[in-house]
Design a protein around this ligand. Structure first.
Ligand SMILES: Cc1cc2nc3c(=O)[nH]c(=O)nc-3n(C[C@H](O)[C@H](O)[C@H](O)COP(=O)(O)OP(=O)(O)OC[C@H]3O[C@@H](n4cnc5c(N)ncnc54)[C@H](O)[C@@H]3O)c2cc1C
Length: 571
């Protein structure tokens, strides 16, 4: 089943749901006219359909390998990467001063989603580079920017992020990699990093590693971490890749999925690197890359969900099995009530997750274009929701895709299982979804809930406005927003952080549910007689009510949870 880029969905969302126009009305993004955005979506969609999608299976069947210390990538990946780079798709949001197109992040989010749907393991490579570009734009010296950014933006060189060590996963502050000043402005980096995505490849001229490490005498924990740019090859006087740096790939992981993406154990043995941002200020700089990647990884989940949905729908309209109870139905399994339920759920969830991701992109763009603190706070609030709900949707939808296929879903040749295996890690990397949820209930509520209340006001106003025309859809959305508001009010008064953490995951999911209701309502208002309105009805009447039980869970606190001891769990 070939992948079909959902261009008309992005257009609809941009025009009627997330209001891209307010972004393109700002001077900063005025060049992103509707024609330009259309052309970008069409071209990126075409490349994803024609070049990347055919590589998806090849990456799964022929994983990247380590041969004599060199990574050999899956067949066709070098050519696929070249198409991404030549098309300018590595970093369309990058600064035009260094060769980027300066397009809105909302548009980048749609482009990234299409590439992920087509071939997730290859798309992870430019996604890492994009995040690195943003970190360097904000925090690198002018000399480093001039040397590295043009090559990263064209895709001639690629980027990676190096946080994780065996004892430092979610607890990044436990990392031990060392950085010693060389006395000439450079540093010597020594240590081991694990799970490094695209730690090496055989198709870019250089690979630029952003590495977190500790300077001599640095404080314990995250306060003592600094960030370094460590290239595979040290640039010579002309800026071309020169002498090999003192780093190597020790091994590649054997994984559940995402086989085309080499996941490397990296050894830095006194490798030369350059400081990015201030000494001991590395976490703040790395957060620029991580926030970019969190939105991107949320988009990966949505992309895979779209691919899995298209496969399942095609199968369900072909496969005939048993008699359906619907008059006039053709007899394919799509006409069985349970299969229809699964497909409708998949489509409705994809719409919700995509709308949340694009709204997050819009908020980032508005913050950049206007410098307004409330847009920055909106973007910060939506980032963990986009990451966790987008990836949970990828997992749930691809799992349903397997179910729709019946036995054939478990057989690899349909490709349904690959979606499920590949997407699983997206809920783990870039900060597990548990960590995202804790970020939402703690750091993102340090404003006393102001950003959340602002968003809930917007939802309630929209529901009020829709009440006369679509009362059966508007009222449930208004009520859901109000129930969520009560939970936010409860949450921000909890001084015991573990009371918040105990319900963080259900809280994030409930927030996403309510946002999904809001965006579906906007779709129904824009086009009340359409398939989109019928999908909105399905979501609002059948999926949105889940927020109630989730919020009961979110407010239950930590006491009962800890009353259940490790001994009880083992009993
Ligand atoms: C395929 C793949 C690619 C990756 N790519 C990269 C990469 O490019 N660069 C990079 O630096 N890293 C990368 N990672 C590492 C990834 O980011 C980590 O695996 C992830 O952050 C979790 O860390 P961990 O594996 O040590 O799990 P742990 O931190 O040990 O977590 C185990 C469980 O405990 C939970 N947990 C841990 N701490 C807390 C807490 N304080 N409160 C509540 N729950 C907690 C977690 O949510 C999780 O459920 C990659 C991993 C994989 C598998």
């Amino acid at each position: 089943m070939p992948y079909r880029a959902p261009i008309s969905d992005y257009r609809f969302l941009f025009d009627h749901v997330v209001d891209l126009q307010k972004v393109t009305d700002t001077p900063r993004f005025s060049e992103a006219t509707p024609d330009v955005v259309d052309a970008i979506l069409t071209e990126a969609g075409k490349m994803s359909e024609e070049v990347l999608a055919p590589l998806q299976r090849s990456g799964d069947l022929h994983p990247a390998r380590l041969e004599n210390g060199v990574v050999r990538t899956s067949p066709g990946f070098a050519e696929g990467y070249r198409a991404i780079a030549d098309g300018g798709w590595v970093a369309i949001a990058a600064d035009p001063d260094h060769g980027g197109m300066g397009l809105p992040m909302a548009v980048t989010t749609a482009v990234n989603e299409m590439m992920s749907a087509a071939c997730l393991s290859l798309q992870l490579n430019p996604l890492m580079t994009q995040g690195q570009i943003e970190a360097l734009e904000h925090h690198a010296s002018d000399a480093l920017k001039a040397l590295y950014l043009p090559k990263l933006i064209t895709g001639e060189w690629s980027g990676t992020m190096n946080l994780t060590e065996p004892q430092a996963g979610s607890d990044v502050g436990a990392l031990r990699t060392k950085a010693e000043p060389n006395g000439d402005g450079s540093y010597s980096i020594t240590g081991q990093k694990i799970y490094i995505s695209w730690g090496d490849n055989d198709f870019t001229g250089n690979i630029c590693h952003l590495v977190l490490a500790r300077l001599p005498g640095a404080a314990e924990g995250t306060k003592g971490i600094s960030l370094f740019l460590v290239p595979k090859y040290l640039p010579d006087d002309s800026g071309a890749p020169g002498q090999a740096n003192d780093l190597r790939v020790v091994s590649l992981e054997h994984k559940m999925g995402l086989h085309g993406s080499p996941t490397a154990v990296m050894e830095y043995s006194g490798a030369t690197g350059w400081l990015i941002g201030p000494e001991h200020g590395g976490m703040k700089c790395m957060f620029t890359m991580m926030n970019n990647a969190r939105l991107g990884v949320g988009g990966q989940g949505i992309g895979v969900a779209e691919g899995a949905y298209q496969h399942a729908l095609a199968y369900a309209t072909e496969r005939r099995q048993g008699k359906t109870l619907v008059e006039g139905a053709g007899g394919a399994i799509v006409d069985h009530a349970d299969v229809r339920r699964m497909l409708a759920t998949m489509k409705a969830e994809i719409f919700a997750a995509r709308a949340i991701a694009l709204s997050c992109g819009v908020a980032i763009d508005m913050a950049r274009a206007t410098g307004a603190a409330d847009w920055a706070a909106r973007a910060a609030l939506l980032t963990p929701i986009t990451k966790a709900f987008g990836t949970d949707t990828g997992i749930a939808v691809s799992d349903m895709g397997v179910q729709v296929h019946g036995g054939m879903g478990f057989i690899e040749e349909t490709g349904a299982a690959q979606f499920s295996r590949d997407v699983r890690v997206t809920a783990i990397y870039e900060g597990t979804n548990g960590i995202q949820s804790m970020d939402l209930v703690a750091r993102k509520m340090m404003d006393g809930g102001e950003a959340a209340f602002g968003l809930l006001d917007e939802i309630e106003e929209a529901a009020e406005a829709a009440k006369a025309r679509l009362p059966d859809l508007a009222m449930p959305v208004w009520n859901a927003a109000e129930t969520l508001r009560e939970c936010v009010e409860w949450l921000v008064t909890q001084g015991d952080m573990n009371a918040r953490f105990a319900g963080a995951v259900p809280f994030l999911r409930a927030f996403a549910r309510v946002l999904g209701g809001y965006y579906h309502l906007r779709a129904a208002v824009a086009d009340p007689e359409s398939a989109r309105a019928r999908l909105a009805r399905f979501y609002i009447l059948r999926l949105l009510p889940e927020h109630q039980s989730l919020l009961v869970h979110a407010r239950a606190g930590a006491e009962d949870l800890y009353a259940l001891t490790p001994g009880d769990l083992a009993a």
